[in-house]
Design a protein around this ligand. Structure first.
Ligand code: 0GY
Length: 306
């Protein structure tokens, strides 16, 4: 039964009362990676899910959006909802045009259902290769899905571990849609930024014109949140990786919060600090504008004024 299941053991709830960011996001900033969890009573979690989160519904997402100075959201279907996109679609529809969605669909989805999702504001599908989040991801099924969504102008969002990129990149390159990669392809930030693993990822981006989300410093970091004495910046070890992606591909990078931050058990980020992380990775005003406004507008609201 999925109704009113208890949270997974060790589950950390999203941060209450996030700080006021010191960095002012430019008008029109888009959070391209966030989720909604339920609320469970209204939108039950999927039976096949790998975790049961706390509730994190659309109203709470919109409250955070307004608090941080974000204009628009891209709500990415979370694995705890499986291929039932109702909660995500509900959030997108309730946003009054200020949100787009990324769905999870099955290969037998009909064109009528795809058109309905498109009309609601969905612009892509997510292919998840993390073994701790999904069972199998049969490539034939994913190819069928990609071929169905390509005519709508949708893209595919890829979530994978950096160690799996060499095995997967040939397949990714064969997909008929634009590609967006979550969380910089999850680099091991204890490796040098100039090391072979991240270089491999950057060349993959270059070859395929891949959009890169420079998201989730809190998830990738080993050094972690700021020291209480103020002597250590938040997520300092992730900064060189994100900065490199922004410098090399200023027109392909995207930013997002990842609220409500699934599967964090060590610490839950203060979302205000995640905003203050932005000028660490995009150091010029021009880079910031592209990352936060120009690039995501081109991808999610093409042709529209900010
Ligand atoms: C993320 C990361 C994670 C989870 C999900 O859909 C999800 O369950 O995306 C993760 O556990 O790394 O992007 O939110």
């Amino acid at each position: 039964m999925s109704a009113h299941s208890p949270k997974s053991p060790g589950w950390l709830d999203w941060y209450q009362n996030p700080s006021e960011p010191a960095f002012r996001l430019p008008p029109g900033t888009i959070d391209t990676h966030c989720h909604v969890f339920g609320p469970q009573a209204e939108f039950p979690f999927a039976p096949e899910r790998k975790y049961t989160p706390c509730d994190g519904g659309r109203e709470q997402l919109f409250t955070l959006r307004d608090h941080l100075g974000i204009s628009r959201n891209v709500v990415v279907q979370a694995t705890c909802h499986g291929a039932d996109n109702s909660a995500m679609v509900d959030a997108v529809e309730a946003s009054g045009g200020r949100a787009r969605g990324i769905a999870t669909v099955r290969p037998d989805i009909t064109s009528a259902e795809l058109r309905r999702l498109d009309a609601a504001g969905v612009r892509g599908v997510r292919f998840n290769f993390l073994r701790r989040l999904v069972n199998t991801t049969p490539k034939d099924d994913l190819t069928t899905i990609a071929e169905k969504v390509a005519p709508l102008g949708w893209h595919v969002v890829l979530y994978f571990e950096s160690a799996d990129l060499p095995e997967l990149e040939g397949y990714f390159g064969s997909l008929p849609t634009p590609l967006v990669v979550d969380h910089m392809g999850r680099p091991d930030v204890t490796e040098p930024v100039d090391g072979p693993q991240f270089a491999h990822f950057l060349r993959f981006v270059e070859r395929n014109d891949v959009w890169v989300k420079v998201t989730c410093p809190e998830r990738l970091s080993v050094t972690g949140p700021p020291a209480l004495d103020g002597q250590r910046h938040a997520y300092a070890d992730v900064v060189p990786f994100a900065r490199r992606a922004v410098e090399e591909f200023p027109d392909l990078v995207l930013w997002g919060t990842d609220w409500p931050h699934p599967n964090l058990t060590d610490h839950m980020p203060d979302d205000g600090l995640l905003v203050d992380h932005v000028p660490q990775v995009a150091v010029t005003t021009e880079q910031q504008h592209k990352l936060l406004v120009g690039n995501p507008m081109r991808l999610y609201w093409p042709g529209e004024a900010v």
